[in-house]
Ligand binder design. Structure first.
Ligand code: GLV
Length: 328
């Protein structure tokens, strides 16, 4: 019997491709060719599944043009590249990769906060440029992490991981803002207190963004919000580009409205707004918060498990629209 055909839209671990090949005819973009939407649609003809990463937009136009498609398996926890209502309407399952990346991403969020507060990349650039000639009492003096107030906007699994690190490891006071309050046991475990967004902005020494991107969270941090923060505060975004207004942030960094920022995600990435490259008080990383080798492999395997489970047995481990499974 012919195996069903799937498309792997981006390069991925060879061992994961080999696993998929046991079940499917695999057409894989291991050369990382930049496909236009029309090319992606062309590649998807006759494919019942697609393995995507966060940059691959699966919108209504693509779904409509790819009638054979039954599942889109994202190798990411975020899925703002999916038009989920359009998938559900067409009976296409969407899956993501939660949980396996929580602790690794929380590690990175914490590391980025520390690098930002303690001006690590700025001082490294200074050193590499051969500018270090003497010890100075105020050289790259930054902000403390221990004992400071950690603000978290978006308190899902990753936000909770960052809160635990801050409260238990560094004696930070943790405040958070989220649409819903955590239950009392989780709040106690994270030593975290719910506050309004205004209080979060006003009180945080270090503000970390971990909320999903949506039309509602677009530019949740813009000029008006930055103006409410302390001039000594730092801002870290490990969530999604577009949650921060990058132009407003670059201006706030230039004008010292806030002290510094650490950014792993950008509006329009992989392109960056040039203003961000021209301010020294920002730590920039290329969307790598979940990128430890074991975690990226676990994410790829979970996306593969979802494809295999759904296309061979009608089940998926981490469905985003489980109503599609129920209709099968
Ligand atoms: C990465 O950004 C993810 O959503 O997993």
């Amino acid at each position: 019997m012919n195996k069903p055909s799937i498309l792997v839209a981006r390069p991925v671990f060879p061992e994961v491709i080999e696993r998929l090949q046991q079940f499917f005819e695999v057409d894989s973009n291991q050369n990382n060719e930049a496909w236009s939407k029309a090319e992606l649609i062309g590649k998807l003809q006759g494919k019942v599944g697609v393995f995507t990463t966060g940059g691959d937009r699966m919108d209504a136009e693509v779904l409509t043009a790819c009638a054979d498609l039954k599942i889109c398996a994202n190798m990411a926890v975020g899925y703002n590249n999916f038009d989920l209502p359009a998938m559900t309407a067409r009976g296409v399952l969407g899956t993501n990769t939660p949980d396996v990346l929580t602790e690794t991403t929380a590690d990175f969020g914490f590391a980025l906060m520390m690098a930002t507060a303690r001006r690590m990349t700025e001082s490294e650039h200074f050193l590499r440029a051969g500018l270090w000639t003497e010890w100075r009492y105020d050289m790259f003096a930054g902000a403390d992490i221990h004992g400071a107030t950690l603000g978290i906007l978006g308190m899902g699994r990753i936000g909770q991981g960052i809160a635990r690190r801050g409260a238990h490891g560094f004696g930070m006071q943790v405040i958070y803002h989220n649409r819903s309050h955590l239950d009392a046991a989780t709040e106690a475990e994270c030593k975290a207190r719910w506050v309004s967004k205004e209080e979060l902005l006003k009180s945080a020494d270090h503000l970390v963004l971990v909320l999903p991107y949506s039309a509602q969270s677009h530019h949740a941090i813009g000029g008006a919000e930055l103006a409410q923060m302390k001039p000594t505060a730092t801002l870290v975004n490990i969530a999604r580009g577009g949650i921060v207004d990058d132009v407003a942030l670059a201006a706030a960094l230039r004008n010292k409205t806030i002290a510094a920022a650490g950014l792993d995600v950008f509006e329009g990435e992989p392109k960056l707004h040039p203003d961000l490259l021209n301010v020294p008080n920002v730590v920039l990383t290329p969307h790598i918060a979940s990128s430890s080798l074991p975690t990226r492999l676990a994410m790829a395997n979970l996306a593969a498990d979802n494809l295999i489970g759904f296309l061979t047995q009608g089940n998926a481990l981490t469905p985003l629209n489980p109503e599609v499974l129920l209709k099968k």
